[in-house]
Design a protein around this ligand. Structure first.
Ligand code: COA
Length: 216
């Protein structure tokens, strides 16, 4: 990013997808999802674009996308089922190419959960976009900024814009999680007033939530 460049936050457009995939694969290089391959990540970003366009934003500077944030209504479990169901051919192809990923408990759990969802056929389930207390909820699934543009406030701007977009879409509660040692993501959450709701040292994850109001 050039010094003094204006950064604009706007909706994700279909032409941005290749660039967002590129940023995703660099910034989440160690994630099992990324190891499934670019085809999977492309389909996964497309799912957000198709089904939750109101919760898919990018940061742009000098006509180049330098960051993105994507989310979905409902909770994490339902999100994984839907997105993996949509990108199932790519998810399966990626797993066949790298079967050792199944040794990772987190990754195996995705497969088990996907099958449970298929077997139940979605029957007897609460509306996944509504919490037990009747509130409309959504998650932030991923936020990332290119290395060159980090620590200049873009992550904060993306998150703030996402919270506003979610509020306008009628969402009352947001949730997100990150690795316990992801200090940038944790600081970003704290700065935006998110509450730490749970720590899972065994899985090395921390969970946050935020109740939205018009001042978010
Ligand atoms: C998390 C991420 C999106 C933050 O984006 P960013 O544009 O650098 O964020 P900001 O510049 O708005 O900084 C937000 C706060 O985090 C702090 N911060 C940023 N990077 C940091 C780091 N590596 N270590 C500690 N704090 C950090 C900033 O100083 C700022 O706090 P401050 O205002 O009190 O100084 C970015 O680091 C990133 O893309 N990481 C890789 C992908 C990722 O892990 N995403 C989160 C999980 S989905």
């Amino acid at each position: 990013m050039m010094a003094g460049s204006q950064v604009k936050i706007r909706s994700l457009e279909t032409g941005d997808i290749p660039r967002v995939v590129e940023i995703f694969c660099v910034q989440f290089a160690n994630l099992s999802w990324t190891r499934l391959g670019k085809n999977f990540i492309r389909k996964f970003i497309r799912w957000h674009f198709n089904f939750h366009p109101e919760l898919a934003l990018v940061a742009e500077s000098d006509n180049q996308v330098i960051g993105f944030i994507v989310g979905a209504t409902g909770g994490h479990r339902e999100y994984y089922r839907q997105v993996l169901g949509y990108a199932f051919p790519e998810f399966l192809a990626g797993t066949l190419r790298r079967p050792w990923l199944l040794l990772k408990p987190y990754f195996l759990a995705l497969w088990v959960d996907l099958f449970k969802g298929v077997r139940s056929g979605g029957k007897n389930q609460r509306d996944p976009a509504v919490s037990k207390t009747g509130e409309k909820k959504a998650i932030i699934s991923f936020v990332a900024v290119t290395a060159a543009a980090q620590k200049t406030g873009i992550g904060t701007n993306l998150k703030q814009a996402f919270e506003q977009a979610a509020f306008q879409a009628g969402i009352q509660v947001l949730s997100a999680y990150t690795e316990i040692n992801n200090y940038a993501a944790r600081r970003l959450n704290e700065k935006r007033g998110w509450q730490l709701v749970r720590e899972e040292p065994r899985r090395k994850m921390v969970y946050y939530s935020k109740r939205l109001d018009k001042h978010s």
